[in-house]
Design a protein around this ligand. Structure first.
Ligand code: NAD
Length: 259
């Protein structure tokens, strides 16, 4: 028996086959879940269509989280087709790459607001639209990074947005817990993706964590996929309000070992 047989979920944030959301979606589909995919805008549709098809999904909706109407419309369409929902994966972030370099102190007001809206508040708005459909309880997961806890060069405003996102996970978990809806974040180690390419010195982040993580390597898409499966399924039925690290122990390093 596959653990997600008969379960329905929305996967938001697949840009291509390197995306963390795609790594998780494959694991969800292997376990029998029916998936709805959303994409940000037309250029992404070309990439997502064949991926969705490869795991027998043809339920694909456009959703730009900058636009509240677009979020509302997405969940209205899910309600129309499925009537109910079991899980939500939010794997979305954006900041102007000109501010993912240099100093945090130079952040602009405009990009601060936009980064917070897309990378943090969209999860709250999505949760608000999703929970009325989750009548049998369920699970919501968002993606974060350790730059929320410790300053990482060039991560800047995104670190601040991730800190707010992690806090919003705890508030949402408190709001929705009595309905049997769990809300958690997954703090992934660095991975080569489109979002990562926007961060100045991304290659250095990858090299540094490979050299210094407790396991002396970076994580794989398969591993983040398995952790996503755990949090989105009943395997984690007693877990909510948590930030779960899947980073080969990198967040536990204080002084790297001399080599
Ligand atoms: P990715 O580029 O594959 O995914 C980012 C997604 O965000 C894309 O699908 C993009 O379309 C979507 N997005 C951006 N703005 C949007 C908008 N206005 N409306 C709708 N969608 C929008 O990169 P990824 O690394 O898979 O990123 C997924 C999540 O994982 C992000 O939250 C990222 O911060 C987080 N994360 C990434 C790493 C890493 O090293 N790559 C590590 C930890 C956490």
């Amino acid at each position: 028996m596959r653990i997600l047989e008969g379960k329905k979920g929305i996967v938001m944030g697949v840009a291509n086959h390197h995306s963390i959301a795609w790594g998780i979606a494959k694991k969800l589909a292997e376990q029998g879940a029916d998936l709805c995919f959303t994409y940000q805008g037309l250029p992404f549709l070309r990439r997502i269509e064949p991926l969705a098809k490869s795991i027998n999904s043809n339920f694909i909706l456009e959703c730009d989280v900058l636009n509240n109407e677009s979020i509302r419309n997405t969940f209205a369409q899910i309600n129309k087709k499925w009537r109910s929902l079991d899980f939500v994966l939010h794997s979305i972030a954006f900041s102007d790459k000109n501010e993912l370099k240099g100093k945090y102190i130079d952040s602009s007001r405009e990009n601060f607001s936009k980064t917070m809206l897309i990378s943090c508040f969209s999860f709250t708005e999505i949760a608000k639209e999703a929970y009325p459909l989750m009548t049998n309880g369920g699970s919501m997961v968002t993606l974060t990074y350790d730059g929320s806890q410790r300053p990482v060069p060039n991560y800047n405003v995104m670190g601040v947005a991730k800190a707010a996102l992690e806090s919003s996970v705890r508030y949402l978990a408190a709001d929705l817990g009595e309905r049997g809806i769990r809300v958690n974040s997954l703090s992934a180690g660095v991975m080569k993706t489109l979002a990562m390419a926007g961060i100045s010195g991304g290659k250095n982040m990858m090299k540094w964590s490979e050299k210094n993580s407790l396991m002396k390597r970076n994580i794989t898409l398969d591993e983040v996929g398995n952790s996503g499966l755990y949090l989105l399924s009943d395997l984690s039925s007693g877990v909510t309000g948590e930030n779960h690290y899947v980073d080969c122990g990198y967040n536990k390093v204080s002084v790297p070992k001399e080599t």
